[in-house]
Design a protein around this ligand. Sequence first.
Ligand code: UD2
Ligand code: MN
Length: 541
Amino acid sequence: MLLSALDPEEVLILSHEKIDWHNYNLIEEDSKRKGPGEQGKPAFLKTNELNNYDGLYKVNGFNAALSDKIAVDRSIPDIRNEGCKTKKYLKHLPTVSVVVPFHNEHWTTLLRTAHSVVKRSPPELLKEVILVDDASTKEFSRKPLDDYLSANLSKVRAIHLPERSGLIRARLAGARQAIADVLIFLDSHTEANVNWLPPLLEPIAQDYRTCVCPFIDVIQYETFEYRAQDEGARGAFDWELFYKRLPLLPEDLRHPTEPFKSPVMAGGLFAISAKFFWELGGYDEGLDIWGGEQYELSFKIWQCGGQMYDAPCSRVGHIYRKYAPFPNPGKGDFVGRNYKRVAEVWMDEYAEYIYMRRPHYKSISPGDLSKQKAIRTKLKCKPFKWFMKTVAFDLPLKYPPIEPDNFGSGEIRNVGTPEFCVDAGYKDRDAVVEVAKCVKGTSKKADQNFTLTWHKDIRVKGKSLCLDVSDPSDKADITLFPCHGMKGNQYWKYDTEKQWFLHGVNGRCLDCDPSKMKLYVRDCDDSSKTQKWRFENVNLT
Ligand code: UD2
Ligand code: MN
């Protein structure tokens, strides 16, 4: 089809010429930087720098004292797929307004977000960065921030909301002021990586009804180390509306530098044309504080004629906090209410799957939904069933409607050396799990309480961390990893007869070497005593 035959509004492409958008001077300068946290290396505080450590940790949920030691414009490693480094993108790309909502974000992590965007965006594409201050109470958030921005970052400005609006209405407030073709939303503790913009913008230039997400890398909350979270996955959810990930499809794996379709976004980091965003009515303004908006927008995009991609060549780091430091602003179960609004407007009969898992949502009043339903009618959006069959076709539907009992719980005690138990040591994700002296019946505290759930994973009691084995070698370590409920590396079975904990589809056995406090999996051996374990409570029904 001739370009001129199309409605000019539908086409943001001015020519098909492609260019190399890399800023090689910047890459060169960054490669020479040295100092704490440079090149995304893990950094540490010295013993004489620990004064503010606890206080700042508590209010931020990450090591904010360390953040203050790291340059706000630090270098981070270019961990893109090699193919991305030679990829060219359209010469004519749409312009960008970056919108960053924040409530009480720490000063240096907020500034690092702004600096990384300005530093790693081609100036001709970046029109502005709008920091939307959602009624922060930290004193630097107003005048000192405004003064810093006007002195140091001319393209960045802050708008200050008079009252706490929550991240959804804060994003809307920023988006309403944005002047560029494309809106990019970021969280306030992120770092944009090398050449992040062109891969986000090209698919939008080719079709404005497209939303594109970058790969989200991990900025470790304790050391600020910058690393990948995985090699990419399609976004999804379970029927309690926890964000989950589905595997890439074979065709996605064949083209590791090409954007691939993703059913839902993680939420915080994405690019969308302003035109399409507003055609969709923006976000539902009835969504309060935090949560659910990622589903609302994703369902809306797909069901109402758009599409959503993840772009492997665009990477942005994000601090996944150790814990959420914010107290509930006196609004009750706002997450439940948000979920109910999204389920009622977009999920049709599938909403029932959620209510089966979360019966109390039935009695939550979602408030007025007429405006959202009118958008759905006006845009002739497709039913949720279409989304499930066409976009999220591999999302498991058969979660049991009511959670079955756990298979077992309590301490996991070794039979060969019965004074030793599996012990999670109050450690956090990625830590290696060991054995320790069993402490049951004594007053000593220990982290020796586990449940083998109906998901067939072993969870540390009271945490959403699971025993995870990713290493196929002999005596492979067992590490703690957020439970994903998708079996794989977290799949365990208990053989009551042999007293084995079997891991994975190949069924290797949980085993230990108490003399070294080591816990691992290895091939099962009928004669081994250290492979036999007693679970405190086993549910045989
Ligand atoms: C994830 C998303 C986040 C959002 C959330 C669900 C990523 C990396 N993050 O949780 O963007 O989609 O799921 O809603 O995908 N904020 C305000 N006002 C508030 C609360 C938060 O402005 O009342 C800001 C906050 O400063 C941050 C952003 O909203 O910039 C997201 O909040 P978060 O970082 O606590 O959310 P996160 O990453 O746990
Ligand atoms: Mn965040």
